[in-house]
Ligand binder design. Sequence first.
Ligand SMILES: [Zn+2]
Length: 358
Amino acid sequence: MKNISKQFPTRVLKKSSCIIAGSALLLGLGLAPANAVGEGPNHNGNETVNTSILHTHESMAAELRKQDAKQSAMELEVIGHSAKGRELFLAKYLSDPANPTIMFLTQQHGNEQLTTEGALEVIKHLGTGRMAKVLEDVNILVVPMLNPDGAMGDVDFPLDDYIASGDRHLTRYNANNVDINRDHVAKTQPEIQALHNNVLSAYDIDYMIDLHHQGTRSAVDGKLVSGSILYPTTEDVSEEVREGSKRLGAVVYQNVDPTGWGHLGKYVGGTANTIARNGIAAEYGISTLLFEMRGMSDHYRSDYVLGQKSNGYLRQQTILTLESTIKAVADGSVETMDTSFWDSLPEQASLPGEENDE
Ligand SMILES: [Zn+2]
């Protein structure tokens, strides 16, 4: 969170020109970010993209330990280590084994960090009085920054063409250049082994949200989205599990979409069990939901990153997603959500060439 002044002017110049090119492309396709209100998704982020404002793995670890010391309901566990030896954390709130349990996973892709920033805020909020009553009725598991080596740019391949300024680059892949969200069947990577062995296999989890960031150009109804959601689409989950995911998605949709900045589409995702959304639902019977926030923290493609003016609403979107689902699981309202909105939720459309994030 420090060293904001430590920028590299040449990078800033290079990046700015790339982003302007991205805006021109948007305008050409009729997705003009006109009449942007506040910091909503129509803002195209053509200002500094600086990674120095983000938590480092070290500062995140310090914050987690500080909260662990302060909060009696919280327990912090190290569930394993990344390829480069960084600690992987689980923040636990286990009030009663009989309670339903919801889990949140962030930053399997190291360059998708605002989800982690939001999750850290939620952990702080859970230590305040206003969430104390909720904690009696729900168990919460938070795994923040599952790919810390990618988040810190400490990887065994070059990131020279990444465009954010700041004192580090962030990348999708782990140190071994593996997309760990394709490793949920083979489980070859230490980050995935820690998650499966020490979290997914170790707790009776009912719901899970896997938090990501996508590119900046996805739109629904001619308007850029703030994010997109999807339930498991593999054949290997029961309809009961899939319905639970759809109900969880309904909670998110009802809380996020009506906000001034919220505009959600349906993510277009594959059926492979190697992806957490599918594989974790299939293997453990957990009702999973994918949530993709708009815009990444760093990338070699300028149309994937989003400037700092969008950080506020994206962080808020994460906080609202986590806190609304925690409450809905705690009070049981998630059990009776109407899932019919999924039938009319439009699939987001991207400009040609945009790869899926998930
Ligand atoms: Zn991702």
